[in-house]
Design a protein around this ligand. Structure first.
Ligand code: PD2
Ligand code: ZN
Length: 222
């Protein structure tokens, strides 16, 4: 099966996607994780934060259920920014599609998240664990995640993979991409990950989820 991801054949120092060169910083193969820099520039990060900041709502969880629910495991606030609403989001969708070799119609809307001091996202999987028929009747399964850091906190807020174990420190413009595939399934338990509590300052990220099939119109975003 074809999987999304940057083409890392020959261990390139960067991926040239036309309007910018995205730097490759590190890679793990099990699970498949790529750490990158220069995905976004400072102005783009600030514009996304500005666009989102007056529309934030408490983040929800819910294993793909419509609407989901508020839960103390995820205490951030966030908003989804549909591509057709603004040029910057459209431009980023195209950049991500080129970088990850994946069609835009198999991606969910960009989600912007803000974590204030003390806020976190406890370790979880991004794929839907519930019985496939229950979830997948109204939305498509996720196979990979791109988390892009828009603003780093002074302390804390790392993205952690407790099964590896690994912690990625947020840096404005950088990001991490991981695929949930393993030799047998598209639900590798080694992709358990979380956003550790922000200790001082605030952290902003933009998350993009990639789907195995066409992302359904109007599906509930959780
Ligand atoms: O903000 C993060 O570091 C983070 C960590 C884990 C975000 C997500 N998961 C997510 O949005 O799924
Ligand atoms: Zn996640």
């Amino acid at each position: 099966m074809n999987l999304p991801g940057p083409n890392l054949e020959g261990s390139p120092s960067h991926i040239d996607i036309g309007d910018r060169k995205i730097k490759i910083i590190a890679r793990s193969t099990y699970p498949d994780i790529t750490i990158m820099d220069n995905i976004l520039d400072e102005e783009e990060c600030c514009s996304l934060i500005d666009m989102a900041s007056h529309r934030l709502e408490r983040s929800r969880v819910g294993d793909g259920e419509p609407g989901g629910y508020i839960d103390e495991r995820r205490t951030s606030h966030g908003v989804f920014l549909p591509g057709d609403e603004c040029n910057l989001v459209d431009k980023l969708d195209e950049r991500i599609a080129k970088l990850l070799n994946w069609p835009i119609n198999q991606m969910e809307d960009l989600q912007i998240l803000r974590y204030r001091t003390g806020e976190e996202y406890m370790p979880h999987y991004d794929f839907f664990e519930a019985a496939p028929r229950k979830v997948l009747s109204h939305r498509s399964q996720r196979i990979a995640t791109l988390v892009m850091y828009l603003k780093e906190p002074e302390y804390g807020g790392g993205t952690i993979f407790p099964m590896i174990p690994l912690e990625i420190f947020p840096r404005r413009g950088s990001g991490i991409f991981f695929v949930y595939s393993d030799p047998n399934t598209h639900q590798s338990k080694r992709t358990l990950h979380g956003g550790s509590p922000v200790i001082k300052g605030s952290k902003w990220v933009a998350t993009k989820w990639l789907n195995i099939g066409k992302s359904n119109e109007g599906e509930s975003n959780v």
